[in-house]
Design a protein around this ligand. Structure first.
Ligand code: TXA
Ligand code: MG
Length: 348
């Protein structure tokens, strides 16, 4: 059976799938949609919902059986822990056994927002959430639908990105349906996500904070709050991070990464001469002038590029191409998250 879809933009409520028809949207319909979605979460079901980064696939984080359904729907290996979402920083006491000062400083500055903090887990959090580990990743998303849903559910919400494991993350409801239609109970369609790539994950269990996954909260932004910040997990198994797996966030079409527009144009010509259907994905750059009909030019601003990136990749992946030639943006802190995702998307 198709997954039920409810629009939550407040103007245009549509339903399909196994839910009964409801009248057109009004502000109170919006509240009704949130109540129903919260009911699905409380009953142990799966609800995909928009956040400011990407769509999440949510379940009651305190219900091991419900979280197990997330892993099943995504085809996610049990060794990959999931992020627990709260609607307000005041709720972290339910999921964390200790809230270090660094966590409090970072949350104070960046929550609600695209920052996930790894802290010691509370006993109430089932081990499936943390993949058996002693730490839990917590995030307070900056999206009205996400926060209303979590608040109304009255429980912390475990939510990885709402895609099949290793595939492209979803930034639109249609992306979620592409991978998960029929595998989840409900999808809240809140339109496109404004951020576009997954949250920055920071481990604050040690002395110096460690960035486990780069995101829209950049190194310079973190350093402004914490002083010194390190990159990468410390030793193996200490901080397991599925986002750190080489292959992740991948389209089916092969990606070829080039460090300059000139290199990309040469690669494009080579592929085309060899009879391959090639296409360039670049940021806006003067060197690409004259070549626009051979590719998509995304924004030259890291934030806007991030917001467009997965949607463009989803679209190109459905375009019968043999290869997508990518012009890598500059190797600077502002582009770190985008470069990280492109590198993983290109990994075999
Ligand atoms: O923006 C986001 O973070 C989105 C939205 C839905 O909130 N969620 C998301 O979840 O990207 P997921 O499951 O696709 O990625 C989970 C990431 C992993 O890459 C890993 O780095 C980290 O969260 N993670 C989760 N639990 C962890 C833990 N206990 N220790 C270290 N890293 C953890
Ligand atoms: Mg993911």
């Amino acid at each position: 059976m198709d997954t039920a879809v409810l629009k939550v933009d407040g103007t245009n409520l549509v339903e399909r799938g196994n839910l009964p028809q409801v009248p057109p949207a009004t502000p109170s319909r919006h509240a009704e949609v949130i109540r129903r979605a919260a009911g699905v979460i409380r009953a142990g079901g799966l609800v995909a919902f928009p956040t400011e980064t990407v769509y999440g696939l949510g379940a009651n984080a305190l219900d091991a059986a419900a979280v197990a359904r997330i892993f099943e729907a995504k085809g996610r290996p049990a060794t990959n822990p999931v992020i627990v979402h709260v609607s307000d920083a005041s709720e972290v006491g339910n999921v964390a056994s200790n809230w270090p000062e660094t966590a409090s400083n970072l949350a104070g500055r960046f929550w609600p927002g695209p920052l996930t903090l790894v802290v010691p887990k509370a006993g109430a959090v089932p081990s499936i959430v943390t993949a058996g580990g002693a730490t839990v990743a917590v995030r307070c998303p900056d999206h009205p639908v996400a926060r209303a849903l979590i608040r109304e559910a009255g429980v912390p919400v475990a939510a990885p990105s709402a895609n099949r494991s290793t595939e492209l993350s979803p930034t639109k409801a249609e992306h979620v349906l592409k991978g998960l239609n029929g595998r989840i109970d409900l999808l809240l369609d809140g339109g496109p996500c404004s951020g576009g790539i997954e949250s920055t994950v920071v481990d604050v269990t040690g002395g110096v904070p460690r960035v486990l996954r780069p995101g829209l909260i950049t190194m310079p932004m973190l350093e402004e709050v914490c002083g010194r910040v390190e990159v990468g997990a410390k030793g193996e198994g200490v901080s397991r991070s599925p986002g750190q797996m080489a292959k992740h966030y991948s389209p089916r079409t092969p990606l070829v990464l080039c460090e300059s527009p000139i290199e990309a144009i040469r690669a494009f010509e080579r592929f085309t001469a060899g009879g391959k259907a090639a296409w360039v994905m670049t940021y806006e750059t003067p060197e690409f002038a004259g070549w626009e009909e051979n590719g998509d030019e995304l924004s030259a601003s890291p934030d806007r590029y991030a917001a467009e990136m997965y949607d463009v990749l989803h679209m190109l992946d459905g375009s019968d191409l043999d290869v997508i030639v990518v012009v890598m943006p500059p190797d600077t802190p502002e582009w770190a998250a985008v470069r990280d995702r492109l590198t993983r998307a290109a990994a075999k």
